[in-house]
Structure formats: structure tokens, C-alpha cells
Design a protein around this ligand. Structure first.
Ligand SMILES: [Zn+2]
Length: 81
């Protein structure tokens, strides 16, 4: 009989790994873009980020997508629409 205790502690450890995710630079929400994505829009604050992949498992933010960044900033200054 295998010990289910060992297996669940392995799953716990896997959950705590941070690969496959980065933090939104605007609202700091943890984001997990689909593998290979080059752009990702934060579902919480709607800022769109350019994504780079150090490894196939590790996405990093390269910077904002300026078109949507400016659009959002303008919308906010106008008070939204
Ligand atoms: Zn965000």
C-alpha cells in the first residue's frame, strides 16, 4: 500500500513552485499566461504585457504593450467611457 501522505506532500511542494507565472507590474496579481504566449492581458487591471520566455516553463514580463498602455491611461484621464 502506498502512503497517500507522501503523495500529498509532493503535490503541496509542486503547488508552491513559481514557474509558469509572473506578477503583474501594475496590480501584482500572479499571472499564468498560456505557454508560448508573447502578450498577456492581466484579467484584474487590464494592462497588456509583453511576455518573454527564459525557458519553456518560465515567463517574464518584458514590458507593457504601449498601444494598450496609452489607451488605458487616456481612458483613465478622461474618467473612462
Ligand atoms: Zn494587473
Amino acid at each position: 500500500m502506498t502512503t497517500s501522505k507522501e503523495r500529498s506532500s509532493l503535490q503541496e511542494r509542486a503547488k508552491q513552485r513559481t514557474t509558469g507565472a509572473f506578477r503583474c507590474l501594475s496590480c501584482f496579481k500572479r499571472l499564468s499566461p498560456p505557454k508560448g504566449a508573447t502578450h498577456y492581458t492581466c484579467p484584474q487591471c487590464n494592462y497588456e504585457w509583453r511576455v518573454a520566455w527564459f525557458t519553456p516553463e518560465e515567463p517574464r514580463i518584458r514590458g507593457p504593450v504601449w498601444d494598450s498602455y496609452e489607451q488605458l491611461t487616456q481612458d483613465r484621464m478622461k474618467g473612462g467611457k
